[in-house]
Design a protein around this ligand. Structure first.
Ligand SMILES: Cc1ncc(COP(=O)(O)O)c(C=O)c1O
Length: 410
């Protein structure tokens, strides 16, 4: 049961968008895995920054430049503390999860991977953790081995170990699957991958919004997440990397901010971490506002959010499970707030469209996991994903809506 301290109505009241109607019905938003909504405190931080503080950062002596710099760097410290990193030198502000993975591929990957090498990915990866590696593999000539899944959407541990026996240079996997909800044992697989000599990248896009993450405890080498899925703004995200690895990596993009000094005669030297990887004017309002989103999550309590979403997920499985012809995709024992399903003979898009008429927002399609959908032999699923603000009543509405739409479409 969710803690009695977790007052979901009080939480909902902080999200202005949740009071709007869609198609004449109260909005029931089940698409937080794609992007989460923002509480008033986060919206206020963004508008206050733009109205009162905005200036470019890091290189001004005037008051606004200093205030903006302090707020931006304070936010970096909030991120550090939130994910348990050792130092803010290990916290890079990037555009999002996708940007973070591309940064690792183009810097660490380009330096460390070559012909004759191999890396390991899993069948449940988001395209963001597949395509950057495929693009690089085409150029650099390394092989990609894929860990397949068990029936319930967990990783095939035997196959994982068999791939580790090939001594991969990199193992890259998602902490939580956005399509199935599976929570992978990131600590266990990181330890085994390290024992096999691999560097480990974990995609945290679907974990940081829902679980307490401690990168030091997990011992991952690289970890990334997106602000907009974490009750914060779009266009900002975080790449955590162990300092020694980041230090050894060449810079990603060149330009202002990432330099030590620039000379036509003597070439360019690079700034210290984390600035070496932050070329150009950053997303200042995004960084500051992400700090506010982290404050909001901590004020609610990450453990309470996890427990609440667990209850929602259990309830959704129970309510939807009674619907004739409905099949779940992803029934792992350890699941985050993602429920993927299909109803026999009904295209997910048709179901999603009818649910929208009832004010219920779900996502339909392949969820940027085409290799997973291909393997399952389906075009996609209907996905309901939860945030701190969803209620059990909304899930009842979802189940009623799916039952009604299914009988209409059959
Ligand atoms: C598991 C996972 N990885 C990566 C991404 C990409 O995130 P972004 O589009 O914010 O870069 C997503 C987005 O849905 C995701 O769910």
């Amino acid at each position: 049961m969710t803690s009695s301290l977790f007052d979901v109505q009080a939480i909902r009241a902080q999200f202005p968008i949740l009071s709007r109607e869609v198609n004449g019905k109260p909005l029931a938003y089940f698409d937080s895995a794609a992007s989460a909504h923002k509480p008033q405190s986060v919206i206020d931080t963004q508008s206050r920054y733009l109205a009162e503080t905005h200036s470019n950062i890091h290189r001004g002596v005037h008051a606004l430049a200093q205030e903006a710099t302090e707020a931006y760097e304070a936010s970096r410290e909030k991120v550090r503390a939130h994910i348990g990193a050792e130092s803010t030198r290990e916290i890079l502000f990037v555009g999002g999860t996708t940007d973070g993975i591309n940064l690792v591929a183009q810097t660490w990957g380009r330096t460390n991977l070559g012909s004759g090498d191999c890396i390991v990915l899993t069948r449940m990866e988001h395209h963001s953790n597949i395509v950057p590696w495929q693009m690089l593999a085409l150029e650099m000539g390394f092989d990609i081995h894929v860990v397949e899944l068990n029936e319930d959407g967990t990783l095939d541990a035997e196959m994982f170990d068999a791939h580790l026996a090939r001594k991969p240079k990199l193992v890259a996997f998602t902490h939580v699957s956005n399509a199935l909800g599976t929570v992978n044992d990131a600590k266990y697989w990181t330890e085994r991958s390290h024992a096999a000599g691999a560097t480990v990248l974990v995609d945290g896009a679907q974990s940081v919004p829902h679980l307490q993450v401690d990168v030091k405890d997990l011992d991952v080498d690289f970890y990334m997440f997106s602000g907009h899925k974490t009750y914060g703004p779009t266009g900002i995200g975080v790449l955590y990397g162990k300092e020694a690895l980041l230090d050894a990596m060449p810079p990603y993009r060149g330009g202002g901010e990432m330099i030590g000094s620039v000379s036509f005669e003597n070439g360019t030297t690079y700034n210290e971490l984390p600035y070496k990887f932050e070329a150009g004017t950053p997303h200042i309002s995004g960084g500051i506002t992400l700090g506010s989103a982290i404050d909001w999550m901590n004020a609610v309590g990450v453990a309470a959010i996890t427990a609440h979403e667990h209850e929602l997920t259990q309830h959704a499985h129970a309510q939807l499970g009674d619907i004739e012809g409905l099949r779940f995709y992803g029934t792992a024992p350890c699941k985050a707030g993602v429920v993927s399903f299909l109803v026999d003979g009904i295209h997910p898009y048709d179901l999603g469209t009818l649910l929208d008429q009832l004010g219920i927002a779900v996502r339909t399609g392949h969820h940027c996991t085409e290799p997973l959908m291909d393997k399952l032999g389906i075009p996609g699923t209907v996905r309901a994903s939860f945030g701190a603000y969803n209620t059990l009543d909304e899930i009842d509405r979802l189940a009623e809506g799916v039952a009604r739409a299914s009988s209409m479409l059959r």
